[in-house]
Structure formats: C-alpha cells, structure tokens
Design a protein around this ligand. Structure first.
Ligand code: GUE
Ligand code: MG
Length: 284
C-alpha cells in the first residue's frame, strides 16, 4: 500500500478563498475583519510565524494590527495592551504569539483576553466550551486536523484514535474534538509505556510531540490515517514532522506532509475564527 497525501496547503487555500469572497460580499459591513497580533520579544521563529499570519490576513482581506513589545516589557504592560485591544471596537480578534519570554505567566495573559476575541481558542472559557460541547472558538491546530480528516472522509465514529502529546494547545483539545465525533480516543505522552502497541491498534494517529522520527512504519496499522503535527528541523536544517514519512507512507492509508500539511490549516482556522468573531460582532 502507498499512502495518499492529504494536501493541507491546497485545503487551506480553498478555505482562504471562501473567506476572501465572503469578505468581498459583505457589502453592508462597516469595515473589514481585524486581527491584532501581539509579539513580545524578538524570538526569530516567532517573528517569522507572526509575519506569515499577517500575510495570510492581507491575502484574504482581513486587516491586521501588529503590536510589539520588547522582551523585557513587564507583564503589566502586556496586560494593559490586551485590555486596550479588548475595549477597541475596531478589533475582532486578539492573538498573543506563544511562547512568551521567561517571566510571563502565559495562562494569566491568555485569560486576560476577552473570550469573544480569543481567536486562538486558548482561553479557559473557550476550552471549557469545547469540554462541555458548547459554542466557542476552537483551537486552530486540532480544528484544522479535524477538517483534514473530514476532507478524506475518514470515519471517526468508533474509530480508534491515538493522540500522541497532551499539550493544552494541541493534544488535549485534539482528543476532545475526536471524542466529540465519537472516536475511541487514547492519549499517549512521555510517560506512556506501550506506545508502539497503542499505535499499532490505531485507525488514526495524530502526533504532536516535536520529535523527528518518533512515528515509524512498524508502529502503523496498514491503511491507518497518520496526521503529523510535529514541527522540527532535521540535521540539514530542513523542516520535518514527527513521522518518518517515507517509510510510514508505504503502510498508511493517508498521511500529512510537513511542511504543507497541518501548518497551513492552522493559519486557515485562525482566519476562520477571526471571521466568526467579526460576524458575531456585527450579527452578520
Ligand atoms: N498564540 C499562538 N497561536 C498559534 O497558533 C501559534 C503560536 N502562538 N505559537 C507558535 C505556533 C506555531 N504555529 C504555526 C502555524 C503555522 C505554521 C505553518 O504554516 N507552517 C508551514 C511551514 C512554515 C515554514 O516553512 O517554516 C507548513 O507547515 O507548511 C507553522 C507554525 C502557530 N502557533
Ligand atoms: Mg508530552
């Protein structure tokens, strides 16, 4: 068997096109949607990510507002900037780029964002909505993964789904979204003892660890769907995921590439959430 590639880049392009035409057709909206992006410090990777998010906004017709603070800014300064943006009627979504520099209490900062502007879906109110099945913003990466599974008609009901990694921003919400679709969900993490055995039994594997070469062909059931959320650099400095893609592609039914898989879908879901924040504000 040779796996089919789920082309996240193409899928994301389609979603972005839909958003673009929607914005063009809002003839009676007073202004375009607006996303504020806050970057604290000068982490080079974060700067590139933020630039890409702003480019994606521009490309779809969403206005973006970039706010920068120095790495030695105080938490109080950041909280006061967020407060200002919470109260600003011209701003629909607020994203604080993570990770924050040392010394910042990330949970406290995220909680200070108005839940109705939390387009990352990281606020406890939105997380709680996911847990209880209420409406709220869904975390972009796992939401993008669900869209990718949907795009290939992957059966979820009763499927054995293994999520590797239990972070607040990917693993945990991913498990909840799969559970919501009636998958039988297992969450593996660094203390898990029988990863290979669990993986071998899975119809769907989502790996979100950040360790190149973690998922190998001998761990994958023939025909399984393998989603790679990892973002790593190999020895040559090339971007790669957690999955040994060449070998696993020979066993899996579907597989997502890195780059060009989950990453572009994360951005597309961020734009989608921003769009929804905007629509909610103006009852569109
Ligand atoms: N508040 C916050 N929200 C985030 O959503 C958030 C964050 N902080 N901090 C960092 C992570 C990482 N992240 C990525 C999104 C898209 C790509 C992406 O599009 N990657 C391209 C490749 C990019 C490249 O070539 O470097 C791809 O996979 O094809 C990557 C990484 C969002 N994050
Ligand atoms: Mg872990």
């Amino acid at each position: 068997m040779s796996a089919n590639i789920i082309d996240g880049k193409a899928l994301a392009a389609g979603i972005r096109q839909e958003i673009r035409s929607k914005i063009q057709n809002f003839t009676d909206a007073p202004r375009p949607p607006c996303l504020a992006v806050i970057l604290v410090g000068d982490n080079p990777a974060s700067q590139i990510y933020v630039r890409n998010k702003i480019k994606a906004c521009l490309d779809t017709g969403i206005t973006s507002l970039e706010k920068r603070l120095l790495a030695d800014a105080s938490e109080a300064e950041l909280l006061s900037l967020i407060k200002e943006l919470n109260e600003d009627d011209s701003v629909d979504g607020i994203l604080v780029q993570l990770p924050l520099p040392k010394g910042f209490d990330e949970q406290k900062v995220i909680r200070s964002i108005a839940a109705e502007k939390d387009v990352d879906g990281f606020h406890v109110e939105n997380m709680g909505a996911l847990v209880t099945g209420l409406k709220g913003f869904r975390c972009c990466t796992p939401h993008g993964v669900m869209k990718m599974l949907e795009s290939v008609g992957c059966p979820l009901e009763g499927a054995n789904a293994l999520v590797i990694g239990r972070s607040n921003i990917v693993g945990k919400p991913m498990a909840l979204m799969l559970l919501e679709k009636n998958a039988t969900v297992t969450v593996a993490h660094s203390r898990t003892k029988n990863l290979k055995e669990l993986a071998k039994n899975a119809d769907i594997i989502v790996s979100a660890v950040g360790k190149a070469g973690l998922v190998t062909d001998d761990m994958v059931k023939p025909g399984a769907v393998v989603i790679d959320v990892g973002m790593n650099r190999n020895q040559e400095g090339k971007l790669c995921g957690d999955v040994d893609i060449e070998a696993v592609a020979r066993v899996a039914g579907f597989i997502t590439p890195v780059p060009g898989g989950v990453g572009p879908m994360t951005i597309a879901m961020l734009l989608d959430n921003t769009m929804r924040a905007f629509e909610n504000r103006f009852n569109l």
